[in-house]
Design a binder for this molecule. Structure first.
Ligand code: SAH
Length: 259
């Protein structure tokens, strides 16, 4: 019998943010393949084989999944959030691209809620108008490319969702990113640090670009930097203000420039 590869997104944390389709795929899988902490978030099933690995070997993991499927197994490849956003779906596609003999395998990608969507829901509607997502990790791309994209995103006045803002190996990149954005965007641009959204240790911090302290980020943080239209709405009783980006934006040639 030929096997299957189900590339699934676990969502940002809690089980109730996991789609029923993904829960069914995890039930049906004979094998789980993924970064150890994500595999650990999947329910234990008798007889299921769990292949946890560290987070630097995405392509090896993808090849392992294809090999297991070729041997007739039903393999769930697990990512946090959505599998198509800085995650395993692209690694599986890369493995298929490199290996024509694997292309007749039955491969499906099952979506999940991405961190920026979960963060946006907590905050209000910061992604309500045009936005982009940029990973600050330079494991798989050179830092000058990150700088180019941050610059273009600021000049295009996009709301920017920053993934992978820091790690032990790269603690300073978020400071460099903020230093750059401060030269390109107004000081009162809203910023949100959304950490571990949906998990017990969730923490949301709001600031302006001028005052934001990037030292608060860690690998569980998604950072949202507003456009020139993004704004806070004060709430009574000490509640955290809403953050939103209106759905209409007047054209102004200076939008996105420091002011
Ligand atoms: N595929 C994932 C992203 C993987 S990259 C997705 O779609 O969400 C890992 C980065 O995602 C982290 O460094 C962090 O920036 C972000 N992230 C993942 N889970 C998060 C959560 N619960 N809260 C905030 N950010 C999160």
């Amino acid at each position: 019998m030929s096997g299957r590869v189900l590339v699934v997104g676990l969502g940002p944390g809690p089980d109730h943010w996991r789609t029923p389709e993904v829960a069914d795929a995890l039930d049906a899988a004979t094998d789980l393949v993924g970064y150890g902490p994500y595999v650990d978030r999947c329910p234990e099933r008798p007889g299921q084989v769990r292949h946890g690995s560290d987070n630097r070997v995405e392509l090896d993991r993808a090849r392992l999944a294809l090999d297991l499927a070729r041997a007739g197994r039903t393999v769930a490849v697990v990512s946090g959030g959505d599998p198509g956003v800085f995650a395993m779906a692209a690694a599986i596609m890369e493995a298929l691209d490199a290996d024509p003999s694997a292309r007749d395998l039955d491969v499906s990608v099952l979506p999940g809620i991405s961190a920026m969507q979960a963060a946006a829901a907590r905050l209000g509607a910061p992604l309500g108008h045009d936005f982009c997502a940029i990973s600050l990790s330079d494991n798989l791309k050179p830092w000058p490319l990150v700088v180019r994209r941050l610059t273009a995103a600021a000049e295009g006045d996009f709301v920017i969702a920053l993934y992978n803002p820091a790690s032990k190996a790269r603690p300073t990149r978020i400071f460099e990113a903020f230093d750059l954005l401060r030269t390109l965007k107004a000081g009162d641009t809203p910023v949100a640090f959304a950490r571990a959204v949906g998990r017990p240790d969730e923490r949301i911090l709001l600031a302006t670009l001028r005052d934001a302290d990037p030292a608060v980020v860690d690998m569980a943080t998604c950072v949202i930097v507003g456009s020139s239209e993004s704004r806070f709405i004060a709430r009574p009783g000490g509640a955290r203000p809403w953050l939103y980006t209106p759905r209409s934006a007047p054209f102004s040639p200076s939008s996105g420039e420091a002011g």
